[in-house]
Structure formats: structure tokens, C-alpha cells
Design a protein around this ligand. Structure first.
Ligand code: FAD
Ligand code: SIN
Length: 540
């Protein structure tokens, strides 16, 4: 007999989106359960500012900061932030979703500060740095480049003081529904199956970086939320837009999570050069090294191809007090055996962020009643074809709060206790085989032949029992990869993070495509042109 518990809201994931939702809902009197497949939060890890012991959230590893408009600052405005976000989004960011998220950023940050976060400041104002695609300095940060660790610490401590129940080392295996409406989540904790019954479930499971061989993401970024949502009947969109960060530290032969060298390093004077010291981005974009990420990542790749080198370099000699301003990067670089004092860090593009995801409205609702999604796993329309740097923590904060508001509305509904299915079988591949195929054929550049090869590999993947976390993650990786490949095949143009060498041009009209799971196949269910005109917010 499975362990049973009841709640008003079950949150899957303990990063910025999940914990913000949990705290906001608990403050409004809801009974909240958080499932976290990672280990218990360790407050000492955050204090060390050297976050290299594996942690389960991307939030913990965030470096650059949070992009947010301080209304008291004269050189910035939500309108300007909107313009930058839409420009980075390459015609697919939806202004109707984007504008309210950006507007809600400042109050959401103020609430985070009340919950215990503090940001680097001077003379009563937050310090602001700059990253790619931003026309002004608007990124607030903490502990130099330890923003994520500090935010995670603040949220973790606030949850510790709250009545929220967190079940660490428990992985959600299935969303349970009755007649198309959510009734709870099946999970596994300590090898024992459990069920948390609730009228509202929030998927806040983060990213998918481990679909690729090398990534900035923590080990748990295996696309679980995408798989949970698809199997529950929700739709996903824009999954072809996987953002590659231009400056992941290059370590020959290394796989899995690798150190990020924050874009803020370029914001503070770092320069991208090739082995001969030539600028990597000269003549590529008016913003040079601070162009949007897709542009810089491709310029890095082009420089590597031109020179035949395995990496380019980030020249940090003009960055004031590098080690003090960037302690997290410094520690990560040193832990990888690279010498910081040489003033040149070897870097390559690395899988970093999923711009698309589970389709939600701007209240966090998916198409399945009672099922919400927030944070990196969700597709609100904020990022379009390429996320603007540091807009992700912002989105997690804002949409976490929105999700809580939805859970409050649904609290008290009766929940039918349906039969809980077994873990069953699902298609899966050996993880290394999957990652190498995706890194080889579905990374920065794609073409019809490479996509068809990977599609065949995935279609022929054997069914394996989802008997433990590793096997369940392998199944999620395979389904997520299948969804990325299907979306990339359908998009016969180059736009934002998605570059087709066989379709190098951008179509005149940006179309967002959503897919649902039918049997084992991803089936296109909607194609929607995305207007770039600001519209009226549809928030309820
Ligand atoms: P996460 O913080 O990744 O949390 C996901 C949670 O879900 C984890 O607790 C995990 O254990 C849990 N989970 C997953 N699957 C399951 C399951 N099946 N069952 C139970 N639990 C599960 N963005 C910015 O805006 N600014 C930055 O400076 C920045 N820097 C970054 C640096 C790095 C190195 C990385 C990797 C990302 C960075 N990003 C940054 C992106 C940003 O950090 C993430 O997009 C964001 O933190 C995601 O938050 P989240 O709450 O959606 O997910
Ligand atoms: C970085 O610090 O470069 C990461 C910022 C982000 O991913 O938004």
C-alpha cells in the first residue's frame, strides 16, 4: 500500500519557482507539499560561495543575477526591458505574456528580499551589471556571482521557518488525473511509492541540460517535468529552442555538468578572443561580445571552426578585481584545474537553458485543469526563440507567485482518489548514446539528415522498466529529446537558438508550434503566429 498524504497544493521541484510558489501558497493558508528529487537543503553549501558539491537545482548555480527594472532608476523602464526581451526572442517572445511578467518583477524581488535574500548594493541601491542583449545595466546580483546560491539559501531558510512540508529525495513519477482534472501526484521516496492527493499540482522541475553530453545544468536537469506533463495530456511548445551559453568552461574530454563563466564577466570588461587574440565577435553584431546569446554562441563556434581550435578564450585582464567580483567562477575554474592568473579562460558554447516548455497561460495554467507549470520547465511566451540573459530567475519568481494564486482559487475542491498506475515501462536509451547523438546532430546547428538520424534512434529505443530514479530519468530524457527533435524537424527556418543549415533564413512570420503526446508520438496540435505588438494582458 502506497504512503498517502493530502494537500491543497503539491509542488514538484525546490528551485526558485517551486519554493516561491510553496511559500506564497503557505502564507495564504494552504497546506503545501514539495517533492524534491534532490537532497535536503544544506545551508553550509550556500555560505561557502563555492557551489561545487552537486546541488539539485539550477537556481543554486545561477551566477549573473536577476534582470529587473528598479522603478527609481532613471535610465531604465519596463518598456526598455520589454524591447530587449522581444529583440532577443527573435520574433517569438509574446509581448502579451512578457509585459506583465517584467512589470511584476520588482514587487516579486521586493518580496524575495523580505523573505531574506540580499543583493549587492551601495548607497542604498542595488548594484547593477550588464549581460548580453541588455541595452542598460539592469541585472542585480548577490555575493558577486553567487546570486543563485544566495537566493536558494534565502528561500530554503524561509521554507524551513514555514509550515511547508518538503519531502527530499522523492521523485514524482506520474501526475494523477480523473476525467481530465488533476487529483494528485505519484512519487517514490526511499524506494517506497507514495501518493500526494491535491486539487492543484505545480510542475517546477527545471531544465533539460542532460539531454546533451556537456551542460551547465546540475545532474537532475533531465526533463522530468516535460515528460510528466506530456504523459498527463498537457502540451509543450518551442522545445527546439535550446539555448547554448557562449562561455562554458572548456575542459578537454569532460562530460556532464561543467562550470559556467558568467556573461557578467563580459559585462564587466571580459573579451572573447581566439588563440591569436583576435576578437570573436568583431563585425558580427552592434553589441559585440554582449550581443544576444545565440549570436555570440554561433560566433564562438565560427571562430573555433576558422582556427581549428577546441575553444576560444575569455580574456579577463581588463576585469577589475576578477577573483573578488567573480568568486563562484574563480572557484569553479580552479576546481577544473584551469589557471585563472593567466588572464585567459578557455570557453566553448554549452547546453544551458530550455526556452520552450510546457505551455501555460500567464497565470501558470496548463491545458489540464489543476495542473500548473512554472520556471524553466514552462513556456509562458517570455523567451520566444532565445531567452534574454537573467530573465529566468525573474520568471521563476513571478510565475511562482502566480501559481500560488491559482492554487488558492482551487483550494477546497474535492479530489477523487483514482487507482494509482504502476511505474510501467517507457522507451529509453543508454544515456551516453542519447547525449552523444543530441550533441552531434541537434545542438547549435541542425539539418534534415541529422535530425532524421536521431529521430530514428529515438523511435527504435527499447522499452525499459522505470524501476528507479535513474531509469525514470532516462525515460524522461528520451521523451524530451524526441520532443526537441520533432519540433526541430517541423521548424524549417533558422531563428534564435534554432539554426538549420539547410534552411538558413528566418521566415517573415514567427510561428509557435505546440505538440501533444499521442501514443509514443509527438503530434503537432497548434501553430500560432506570434504578434510583436504589445497587447492587453489576459491575467485573471
Ligand atoms: P530548478 O532551480 O532547476 O529546480 C528544479 C527542481 O526540480 C529541483 O529541486 C529538482 O530536484 C526538482 N525535480 C526535477 N525533477 C523532479 C522530479 N521528477 N521529482 C521531484 N523533483 C524533481 N538564470 C538567470 O536568470 N540568471 C542567472 O544568472 C542564471 N545563471 C545560471 C547559471 C547556471 C550555471 C545555470 C545552470 C542556469 C542559470 N540560469 C540563470 C538559469 C536559471 O538558473 C534557471 O533557469 C532557474 O534557476 C530554474 O529554476 P526552476 O525553479 O525552474 O528549476
Ligand atoms: C550567466 O551568468 O551568464 C547566466 C545568466 C543566465 O543564464 O541568465
Amino acid at each position: 500500500m502506497a504512503t498517502q498524504r493530502r494537500a491543497d497544493l503539491v509542488v514538484i521541484g525546490a528551485g526558485i519557482a517551486g519554493l516561491t510558489a510553496a511559500l506564497s501558497a503557505a502564507e495564504r493558508g494552504l497546506d503545501v507539499v514539495v517533492l524534491n528529487k534532490g537532497s535536503r537543503w544544506d545551508p553550509d553549501a550556500a555560505r561557502s560561495a563555492t557551489p561545487h558539491a552537486e546541488h539539485s537545482t539550477s537556481t543554486f548555480y545561477a551566477q549573473g543575477g536577476i534582470a529587473v527594472v528598479d522603478p527609481s532608476v532613471p535610465d531604465d523602464s519596463v518598456g526598455l526591458h520589454l524591447t530587449d526581451t522581444l529583440a532577443a526572442g527573435a520574433g517569438l517572445a509574446d509581448p502579451v505574456a512578457t509585459e506583465p511578467i517584467l512589470t511584476d518583477g520588482w514587487p516579486a524581488v521586493a518580496q524575495l528580499v523580505r523573505r531574506g535574500a540580499d543583493f549587492d548594493s551601495a548607497r542604498g541601491r542595488f548594484l547593477r551589471t550588464r549581460e548580453g542583449g541588455h541595452s542598460v545595466r539592469r541585472i542585480i546580483h548577490a555575493g558577486g556571482d553567487a546570486t543563485g546560491a544566495r537566493v536558494q539559501a534565502a528561500l530554503g531558510a524561509a521554507v524551513g521557518r514555514s509550515p511547508v512540508t518538503v519531502i527530499d529525495e522523492s521523485w514524482a513519477s506520474d501526475i494523477l488525473t480523473d476525467d481530465g482534472e488533476v487529483v494528485g501526484v505519484a512519487y517514490v521516496h526511499d524506494g517506497v511509492r507514495g501518493v500526494a492527493w491535491a486539487p492543484t499540482v505545480l510542475i517546477a522541475t527545471g531544465g533539460v541540460g542532460h539531454v546533451y553530453a556537456a551542460t551547465t545544468n546540475p545532474a537532475g536537469a533531465t526533463g522530468d517535468g516535460i515528460a510528466l506533463a506530456l504523459r498527463a495530456g498537457a502540451v509543450v511548445a518551442d522545445l527546439e529552442f535550446v539555448q547554448f551559453h557562449p562561455t562554458m568552461l572548456y575542459v578537454p574530454g569532460a562530460r556532464g555538468r561543467r562550470t559556467l563563466v558568467s556573461e557578467a564577466v563580459r559585462g564587466e570588461g571580459g573579451r572573447l578572443v581566439d588563440a591569436a587574440g583576435r576578437s570573436v565577435t568583431a563585425g558580427v553584431h552592434r553589441l559585440g561580445d554582449l550581443a544576444p546569446r545565440d549570436v555570440v554562441a554561433r560566433a564562438v563556434r565560427a571562430a573555433m571552426e576558422r582556427t581549428g581550435a577546441d575553444s576560444v578564450y575569455l580574456d579577463i585582464t581588463d576585469v577589475d578585481e576578477f577573483e573578488g567580483r567573480f568568486p563562484t567562477v574563480t572557484a569553479g575554474v580552479r576546481a577544473s584545474g584551469v589557471d585563472v592568473s593567466g588572464g585567459r579562460l578557455p570557453v566553448v558554447p554549452g547546453a544551458h537553458y530550455l526556452c520552450g516548455g510546457i505551455v501555460t497561460d500567464i497565470d501558470g495554467r496548463t491545458g489540464v485543469t489543476g495542473l500548473l507549470a512554472a520556471g524553466e520547465t514552462a513556456r509562458t511566451g517570455l523567451h520566444g526563440a532565445n531567452r534574454l540573459a537573467s530573465n529566468s530567475l525573474l520568471e521563476g519568481l513571478v510565475m511562482g507567485r502566480q501559481a500560488a494564486a491559482q492554487a488558492v482559487e482551487r483550494a477546497g475542491r474535492s479530489v477523487a482518489e483514482v487507482e494509482v498506475p504502476g511505474l510501467g515501462v517507457a522507451q529509453a536509451l543508454d544515456r551516453t548514446v542519447l547525449q552523444d547523438a543530441m550533441s552531434g546532430r541537434v545542438a547549435l546547428d541542425r539539418d534534415a539528415q541529422g535530425l532524421a538520424e536521431v529521430a530514428r534512434l529515438l523511435a527504435d529505443a527499447p522499452e525499459r522498466a522505470r524501476r528507479d530514479l535513474r531509469a525514470s530519468e532516462d525515460a524522461a530524457l528520451a521523451l524530451t529529446a524526441k520532443a526537441i527533435v520533432t519540433a526541430a524537424q517541423a521548424r524549417q527556418e533558422s531563428r534564435g537558438c534554432h539554426a538549420r543549415t539547410d534552411f538558413p533564413d528566418k521566415s517573415a512570420i514567427g510561428v509557435s508550434r505546440s505538440f501533444a503526446l499521442v501514443g509514443d508520438e509527438l503530434v503537432s496540435v497548434a501553430e500560432r503566429p506570434v504578434s510583436q505588438e504589445a497587447g492587453v494582458s489576459a491575467r485573471s
